[in-house]
Design a protein around this ligand. Structure first.
Ligand code: FES
Length: 213
């Protein structure tokens, strides 16, 4: 370069030119701080939302249908297989069968939990009587002794057809209703010689037979 030539500095980029406005710098700092605050907040919010979604997911997700079955066989929708007809003695004493089911709520799935029991009696004409074994008074479990059902808690007694019995002493039977009969699948009973029952538990202490959901 010629030494006589005076050097001309490059023109500064427009961005580099200071505005000279004393308000500009604080405003820049404010915008920067707000931006940092918002981004920081979002970064902190994401894990919180992910945790919340996984916590609530069971409430909205698809649920496995719990199985319902008796000791002697499998379940089919609301029906449970209790026994073959041939395994029950004609006009014999009512037989007790536990009912097992899978319990499920939004977060837990617990298989094979006892949810009640039934008494089944085979009659002479190949019909069956089936009762829920829970006492309608306050929910104790009745037993079958000879020709009647008895509840050990407050001495309710029921005939084999489920009707209420009055004690010999005339003491009032505290149960508000007869034993709770259960619906039998008559087609399977007739065609397959098998006892399938619609198992339900009912509210206790009420005169009407009201199924629990
Ligand atoms: S629970 Fe059975 S008589 Fe009270």
């Amino acid at each position: 370069m010629d030494s006589n030539q005076s050097s001309v500095p490059d023109e500064p980029a427009a961005d580099d030119v200071a505005t000279g406005d004393p308000d500009t710098e604080p405003r820049r700092n404010f915008v920067f701080e707000m931006g940092s605050l918002i981004i920081g907040g979002l970064v902190g919010l994401v894990p919180l939302l992910v945790g919340l979604v996984s916590f609530l997911d069971p409430l909205f997700g698809s649920k496995k249908k719990p199985r319902l079955y008796a000791d002697a066989g499998g379940g089919d929708d609301d029906l449970i297989r209790i026994s073959s007809l041939g395994a029950l003695e004609v006009d014999g004493e009512p037989q007790r069968f536990p009912v097992i089911a899978d319990k499920q709520d939004a977060w837990n799935y617990i298989p094979d939990q006892p949810i009640g029991a039934v008494f089944v009696q085979r009659l002479a004409n190949d019909e069956v009587r089936v009762f829920n074994a829970t006492c309608p008074h306050a929910g104790c479990s009745v037993s079958c002794v000879g020709t009647a059902f008895h509840c050990p808690c407050h001495n309710s007694a029921f005939a084999l057809d489920g009707s209420k019995l009055v004690s010999d002493s005339g003491r009032t039977n505290p149960s508000p209703r007869p034993l709770d009969s259960l619906e039998v699948d008559s087609q399977r009973l007739k065609e397959d010689q098998e006892v399938w029952v619609k198992f339900q538990n009912f509210y206790t202490g009420k005169h009407e037979k009201k199924p629990k959901s």
